[in-house]
Design a protein around this ligand. Structure first.
Ligand code: HEM
Length: 363
């Protein structure tokens, strides 16, 4: 029987082997250094974004989100009516109930900021599907975003850095940023025409970024979604403007009278509608599908509630929903992960961080 051929195993070259190992280590270290942005200090990375959020916040707020720091946890469920299944095979759109954990918040890095510090409110949700999948989404109360690229978002943050003399953003610098970035116009115009809501309960919350929905036959379409409240919109009152924490107080009071409801409205793009630009709305005549009802029945504090240690990364999606080509999505995912890493590390190292913040500043 013929012997199997053995590869030629010559004498072992120890220096060669060490050189190969050394090269592998260098490549790995280089990869880490590049990812962290050390080799390219001008490149936009998650650490640069998060460091800038921290500078804009003024003082450190350990244990809290680096953006949308002020908020509260919510619990409830989503009752799907089955109509969303024409767009996506995601199990959440089959008829039936899906438990939901979530969080209301206001943008900004200070967990003790007054509710009036931003005209925007936010709603983040984590749908816990029966098949073990999750759908996480972070939505704002505006249908468009101010900027359309991560770089512009960074420039906007830099423009909003507090002036050391006043402790507030320099209005001239912000004005110059907006003038240099006309894409911010639709957002500015929308905010001007829509006074902030009087409650978290009567605001609509928009996913803003486009996503790709695939149905059970394999057809894919671009879709945006919004949670539209059953509670009629009313603008903020003068009395509320004077109250630092009116949003949470109002929500608790409303929930004493029963759960609050929103409808999940899916909007389908037509070919040619932009999917990579969150500053642009799609025309009103696009197909809308009411996929079911979100019911929120109670709140817990963000210091101890179930939402505290959740990263509402908008790219965590069930099969049947995928990210679009919107460049904000990948930037959000990276930034949220780093914010999550820093805040949960702070919690782990100093379990009393939330207590200190709650006792010291929340009144
Ligand atoms: C490049 C663009 C963006 C960056 C860098 C960014 C950054 C952040 C960061 C760092 C957080 C805190 C995350 C955490 O610690 O869990 C956050 C929270 C949030 N962001 Fe963004 N964001 C961006 C765009 C957007 C857009 C387009 C929306 C709206 C669709 C949005 C909605 C939210 C919401 C709702 C939260 C709060 C989530 C929660 O309650 O935990 N963000 N953002």
């Amino acid at each position: 029987m013929a012997k199997p051929s053995v590869p030629n195993s010559g004498p072992v070259c120890v220096p060669c082997r060490l050189a190969v190992i050394g090269a592998a280590v260098l490549v790995l270290a280089g990869g880490f250094a590049y990812t962290a942005g050390w080799l390219t200090p001008s490149r936009l990375t998650a650490p640069r974004l998060i460091d800038t959020f921290e500078t804009v916040a003024g003082q450190p707020h350990p244990g809290y989100r680096r953006n949308h720091a002020k908020g509260l946890c919510i619990e409830g469920y989503f009752d799907s009516n089955g109509d969303g299944a024409v767009l996506s095979r995601a199990a959440v759109f089959a008829p039936g109930r899906t438990p939901v954990t979530g969080r209301f918040a206001v943008p900004g890095g200070n967990p003790s900021a007054p509710d009036t510090s931003s005209p925007v409110r936010s709603l983040a949700l984590q749908f816990l599907l029966q098949n073990g999948e999750q759908w996480r989404t972070g939505m704002n109360s505006t249908p468009v975003f101010a900027v359309h690229t991560p770089e512009q978002f960074y420039q906007q943050l830099v423009a909003a850095k507090p002036d050391p003399a006043t402790g507030k953003p320099d209005p001239a610098r912000l004005k110059a940023f907006y003038a240099a970035n006309p894409e911010t116009q639709p957002f500015q115009a929308w905010v001007k025409a829509h006074p902030p809501s009087s409650s978290l309960a009567n605001a609509a919350y928009y996913g803003i970024n486009a996503f790709r929905f695939t149905d059970s036959a394999g057809n894919t379409r671009a879709v945006r979604w919004a949670m539209v409240p059953e509670t009629p919109y009313a603008p903020i009152t003068d009395a509320e403007k004077a109250e630092k924490n009116f949003l949470e107080a109002d929500l608790d009071q409303r929930l004493e009278n029963g759960p609050l409801r929103w409808h999940l409205i899916l909007t389908v793009a037509k070919p040619g509608d932009p999917t990579n630009d969150a500053t642009l709305q799609w025309p009103d005549d696009r197909q809308h599908i009411d996929a079911g009802t979100l019911v929120i029945d109670h709140t817990t504090s963000q210091e101890n509630g179930a939402c505290r240690d959740v990263n509402f990364d908008p790219t965590i999606l069930p099969a049947g929903i995928e990210p679009s080509d919107d460049p904000l999505l990948a930037a959000r995912s990276a930034a949220y992960a780093l914010s999550y890493k820093r805040r949960t590390r702070e919690e782990a190292l100093h379990p009393a961080v939330h207590q200190a913040q709650t006792n010291g500043e929340h009144s």
